[in-house]
Design a protein around this ligand. Structure first.
Ligand SMILES: C[S@@+](CC[C@H](N)C(=O)[O-])C[C@H]1O[C@@H](n2cnc3c(N)ncnc32)[C@H](O)[C@@H]1O
Length: 266
């Protein structure tokens, strides 16, 4: 898929990106997305809290990378821009941070381009993150990012939308190979451990959207970091990754539903 051909959007079919936008209080969603969200909410009223917990992890991980001196961010599955986004957090610490956002949802890419218009060092790419060669070779990535210097690579709340573990694993391996020492890898994932009954209902709902979903075990998730060194506290519930005051505190029944970690290339 080229960065310049944006396919038509089907407003009748819910999209994972737009449903997520709705949960976060955004307005870039259609009636079909809101209906899918309502069904999911009825099955699991804590869902928005769980998603906010994942976003809070993302902000803390971006702040940690920017605080470690990283000025370049490649955000895979970046979604529709929402408050507390990667560019906002990164530039609060590194004002000249460069950011390439990647998503396969045209609505996400169009809105990210609109927000990024006029901001030097920002671009959005319409691509499937599992096609690592296409992403790494794409013009915005080659023009905006210097892969000889550390990059913070993010795939936050997206790997569970990629059921093909082998393909995802190969793609992440290719990204890890391509990045310079000192790079950070920030990942989070819906987790199968404990497998609460409503998780299965959520899966069924998402399987009617353009983004079917899969849960993975902690060990399967950990393998996505390859031989990079996990920063303390390792792979933990997203809310337990360097918690900060003021971030959402989900109840114990949903705490383990998103696991997360950040690793560094030696
Ligand atoms: C739940 S949202 C997460 C957005 C953002 N990372 C965050 O944490 O707020 C997942 C996003 O991943 C995108 N996505 C799903 N599969 C993808 C793929 N194979 N390649 C690129 N983007 C993908 C969806 O379109 C959606 O925008």
């Amino acid at each position: 898929m080229s960065a310049e051909t944006v396919p038509e959007v089907d407003p009748q079919r819910p999209s994972g990106a737009r449903v997520y936008d709705y949960y976060l209080g955004g307005t870039h969603n259609f009636a079909a997305d809101r209906q899918a969200a309502a069904v999911a909410l009825a099955a699991m009223p804590e869902l928005p809290a769980v998603l906010r917990m994942g976003r809070a992890f993302m902000r803390r991980a971006v702040a940690a990378a920017a605080g470690a001196g990283i000025e370049q961010f490649l955000d895979l599955g970046a979604g529709i821009p929402a408050p507390g986004s990667v560019p906002e957090v990164a530039r609060a610490i590194q004002p000249t941070a460069r950011i390439v956002s990647v998503d396969l949802d045209p609505v996400a890419v169009v809105h990210t381009r609109r927000v990024a218009a006029g901001e030097p060092g920002s671009a959005a790419l319409l691509a499937d993150l599992t096609d690592a060669e296409a992403v790494l070779g794409a013009e915005p990535v080659r023009e905006i990012l210097d892969l000889d210097r550390p990059v913070c690579l993010l795939a936050v709340a997206v790997a569970h939308f990629i059921p093909d573990t082998e393909r995802l694993g190969r793609a992440l391996e290719r990204y890890r190979e391509a990045l310079a020492p000192g790079s950070h890898l920030v990942l989070s994932h819906a987790c199968a451990e404990g497998s609460p009954p409503h998780a299965k209902q959520i899966l069924r709902i998402y399987n009617h959207t353009t983004s079917p979903m899969i849960l993975r075990e902690k060990e399967e998730f950990r393998a996505f970091f390859g031989d990079w060194r996990l920063l303390p506290p390792g792979v933990v519930a997203a809310a337990d990754w360097r918690p900060a005051g003021g971030d959402p505190e989900p109840g114990p029944s949903v705490r383990g539903e998103i696991i997360a970690g950040v690793a560094v290339k030696a």
